[in-house]
Design a binder for this molecule. Structure first.
Ligand code: NAD
Length: 505
């Protein structure tokens, strides 16, 4: 039996329960199918076969989940940080125990190649462990002295929070949000994406196995316009952590306005990778290929605009074309697969529509440009490279969110910076150069939340993660996360020496 067949067989043993039973909501420590009786189908991106039915939540379920999160809040908030730390570490252990299941289910559900999902549980567990350690110090504040008063700042969790996640790498993104929220002492209501909901159900199960008190972790499945909307409007929810499209982010701000929600938005990107003439050729080539074709290009930090300096361009493009042509597209559970199927036919059609856009705008389709007919009915798109584009074209301005790279030539550093910044987005940028002074100039001039010099995306949990402009508001990571999930109170102590103003004496 091939590795692929073995993986499919093993995945099927994990997936059978989802096929046999409707996946429900997890509210106040209990699984429920909700009140409406409505469900929606979850479809495999590899072959369009059903992966089971998902309960379609409505306002009733969101209200119940938010009330449960509110009822559980005080106990969770007041629990000693060390105890929260133990529970979150236990949760991390449970994730690792189910690593094989999580990888195979996630890969099947969202179409991401198993080579990238194998470590998902271990990395998710690392997120929980990192914030578990920080739970102990979450409430720490500052002492700020004046001559006759001393101010102490006290941090406390903001309250129940809504966590709304997208379909691209749902497991990992959910753990990034939920781990700091719980460590801070917040309770959560999670609304997973409707295209890839299965790992959210596993996460909720693991939360119960780890011994989280009922109501601390709630999860409601359903559609954004109903479940997501109600969650971002509900008065018990004090903050919403959202990852998804820019247009949805602005809708969430509107929906949360009446209740003055604190909002954290991690949105789209059209991230440039700038390769200068003096770049390390091989390392830059590896990173350029990796940062757009891994994870099917369905990655917010993917470098989807390639800015090539004139001196290196021809040689770089020649090598790049060979690499793109050589990418292995295939079943997500095949260990050899580098590019899997896109998550859903709707998204697949959107990505394919950009092939025609590129043609009509006058870009050259140097590689790819079509669906992979030979792979059958799955959502397989050929890894695609557009060359000779300019930054005004739609293929250089809009987030395609697929294995599609748009190349643009530049001559000077100033021009590269101008093109890199000429976009509505501002999530990430990458630059390849051996000139240290230039790197410093870029660090100050590139308008993004994150810039990697001579590296692909490298995540460091204490470092801030997030975007500017249409790519978002707020930062994740380390103490930045606690700034979002916690309130700071100032308590001022008089030394008893100052003159209190006397009125009406
Ligand atoms: P999306 O905005 O369509 O959906 C995201 C989530 O929002 C889903 O759970 C959806 O049901 C929900 N939603 C939809 N309408 C809503 C509403 N009115 N109120 C509340 N919730 C609502 O995004 P997507 O297509 O699932 O994900 C892809 C997008 O996510 C891309 O733009 C990508 O760049 C972005 N993304 C960003 C980051 C980041 O860190 N910046 C990371 C991953 C993905």
């Amino acid at each position: 039996m091939s590795d692929l067949q073995q993986n499919i067989q093993q995945a099927n043993t994990y997936l059978q329960r989802f096929k046999d039973n409707t996946t429900g909501h997890y509210i106040n420590g209990e699984w429920t199918l909700g009140t409406s009786g409505k469900t929606f189908a979850n479809i495999s991106p590899a072959d369009q076969q059903p992966l089971g039915e998902i309960a379609e939540g409505g306002e009733v379920e969101v209200n119940r989940a938010c009330e449960a999160a509110q009822d559980a809040f005080v106990e969770w908030r007041d629990m000693a940080g060390a105890e929260r730390k133990n529970i979150l570490n236990r949760l991390a252990d449970k994730l690792v125990e189910r690593a094989d299941e999580i990888a195979l289910v996630e890969s099947t559900d969202c179409g991401q190649a198993i080579r990238f999902m194998k470590q998902a549980a271990v990395r998710g567990a690392a997120n929980f462990r990192f914030f578990a350690d920080k739970a102990v110090e979450a409430k720490d504040g500052q002492a700020l002295y004046q001559s006759e008063h001393t101010n102490l700042t006290v941090r406390s969790p903001i309250g129940p929070v809504g966590v709304i996640t997208p379909w691209n790498t749902p497991f990992m993104l959910s753990t990034w949000k939920i781990a700091p929220a719980l460590a801070a002492g917040c309770t959560i209501v999670h609304k997973p994406a409707e295209f890839s909901p299965l790992s959210a159900a596993i996460l909720a199960e693991v939360s119960a196995e780890a011994g989280l008190p009922a109501g601390v972790w709630n999860m409601v499945n359903g559609f954004g316009e109903v479940v997501g909307k109600r969650l971002s409007e509900h008065p018990a929810i004090k903050a919403v952590a959202f990852v998804g499209e820019t247009s949805t982010g602005s809708r969430i701000m509107e929906q949360g306005a009446a209740t003055l929600k604190r909002i954290h938005l991690e949105l789209g990107g059209k991230n440039p990778v700038i390769v200068f003439d003096d770049a390390n050729f091989e390392r830059a080539l590896d990173a350029v290929v990796f940062m757009i074709y891994s994870l099917n290009g369905q990655r917010c930090t993917s470098s989807s605009r390639l800015l090539l300096q004139s001196g290196i361009r021809e040689r770089f493009l020649e090598a790049l074309k060979k690499r793109v042509e050589n990418l292995t597209v295939g079943h997500p559970l095949d260990p050899n697969t580098e590019v899997g199927p896109l998550v859903h036919t709707e998204h697949f059609d959107k990505v394919l529509s950009y092939m025609e856009t590129a043609r009509s705008e006058g870009a050259i389709i140097a590689v790819g440009g079509q669906r992979c007919e030979e792979l059958g009915v799955g959502n397989y798109v050929q890894p695609t490279l557009f060359t000779e584009a300019n930054n005004q074209m739609k293929v250089a301005r809009e987030e395609i969110f697929g294995p599609v790279l748009t190349e643009i030539e530049f001559d000077t550093e100033e021009k590269a910076i101008q093109i890199a910044n000429d976009t509505d987005y501002g999530l990430a940028a990458y630059a390849w150069t051996s000139d240290q002074a230039r790197s410093m100039r870029l660090a100050h001039k590139i308008e993004t939340g994150m810039l990697w010099i001579n590296s692909e995306n490298n995540r460091n949990l204490p470092s801030p993660f997030g975007g500017v402009k249409s790519s978002g508001i707020g930062r994740d990571g380390g103490d930045y996360s606690f700034e979002f999930y916690m309130e700071t109170k100032n308590v001022c102590f008089a030394h008893g020496t100052h003159r209190v103003p006397k009125l009406g004496a």
